[in-house]
Design a protein around this ligand. Structure first.
Ligand code: ADP
Ligand code: MG
Length: 329
């Protein structure tokens, strides 16, 4: 399995068995998709690069699942139901057949798990590291798209799940965090390797959110982006931000990791706002979803985002999010 079959054979053997609706078994140049009546399509794309989003020795099945899941997270944040994906797979210098076999197996498992059709893609050699890019298409009822632009003064701000686990998982993996229990280490590492897209929140977002985005670059920086798009600011209470027990024990050992958790990437939680009159209904419906969501603050008119600590002081951050171009924000 360390051989290198031709591109044609690779596609036939590993990807054709995953061919979805309208793709003619990957025997054609393109695929035809038929949108459901009265729905609009929501389209998004996210890419992962070796050395940036994953390590060269990460399990190929997990890389495939993460590439899919980060896209499903974007669609969930728009209140959309994921339907189709297209995959661009750039094989790195070190590729072999076993890598592709494991990758396709992981992808197939998640396509089934999330009920998404693979419409096709492209396979090429990068000459360097592995690069994967997925374009995902979802559906919403016409007119119900939830953007980042709609937050209004007085709206309540909610965050799903727990914040900062994946960033701490990455630091744990890089052995920057010392004195961590092995259970906590496993939990945080898993949150980094295998995000859980909050698709169950999509329906609530679709129904009640005035604005929404998925958290991929860091809680504070992403909230700043949403506020900027909406022309507003936000006042957040640190004590209301949801953290996992594992993150809590990391902070107990060394409180410096709290700021890293608030500004580190890869959360794949959803941040959304809603008008105050929806509070009761939103919170009742949130009880029915496993990841839950916490009320972390509110939208204000002044265009600043402040996170107030337990003493009522605004926290300061050197950098509020991860930036791929390397800029400080
Ligand atoms: P062409 O070069 O004629 O555009 P390709 O040889 O790239 O076509 O692809 C042949 C078929 O295989 C197409 O249906 C394409 O969508 C599909 N395909 C290629 N690579 C992948 C991939 N990594 N994942 C899914 N489908 C793929
Ligand atoms: Mg073609």
């Amino acid at each position: 399995m360390n051989s290198r079959p031709s591109e044609f054979k690779l596609i036939k053997k590993y990807f054709s068995p995953l061919a979805g609706e309208g793709s003619f078994g990957f025997n054609d140049d393109a695929a035809e998709i038929i949108p459901s009546p009265n729905k609009s399509l929501v389209i998004t794309q996210d890419s992962l690069a070796e050395g940036v989003h994953f390590f060269s020795d990460d399990a190929p099945a997990l890389i495939a699942k993460k590439a899919l899941r980060v896209n499903l997270s974007d669609l969930a944040a728009k209140g959309a139901k994921a339907k189709y994906i297209s995959l661009s797979l750039g094989l790195g210098k070190e590729w072999n057949e076993n890598w592709v076999a494991q990758f396709a197996k992981g992808l197939g498992e998640d396509l089934k798990h999330f009920d998404v059709e693979l419409t096709g893609g492209d396979t090429f050699m990068t000459g360097g590291g592995f690069i994967l890019s997925i374009t995902a298409i979802g559906e919403i009822n016409k007119g119900s798209y939830v953007s980042r632009l709609g937050a209004k003064k007085g709206d309540l701000v909610y965050a799903t799940g727990t914040i900062g686990d994946a960033a701490l998982g990455l630091f744990t993996r890089q052995e920057l965090i010392a004195n961590i229990k092995s259970d906590d280490q496993d939990f945080l590492t898993k949150r980094y390797l295998l995000p859980e897209p909050r698709i169950e929140a999509a329906r609530i977002i679709n129904k009640y959110a005035s604005s929404s985005m998925d958290l991929s670059d860091g809680f504070v920086g992403d909230l700043e982006k949403l506020c900027k798009a909406s022309g507003v600011g936000a006042l957040i209470n640190l004590e209301e931000i949801p953290f996992s027990n594992a993150a809590g024990s990391v902070f107990q050992h060394d409180s410096k990791w709290l700021k890293s958790a608030l500004t580190g990437g890869d959360d794949y939680e959803i941040l959304f706002t809603t008008a105050p009159h929806n509070q009761q209904q939103v919170e009742t419906e949130l009880l029915n979803i496993q990841c839950g969501a916490s009320l972390v603050g509110s939208i204000i008119e002044s265009k600043n985002v402040s996170v107030m600590d337990g003493d009522g002081k605004a926290m300061t951050f050197d950098k509020t999010s991860y930036d791929h171009a390397g800029a400080k924000s």
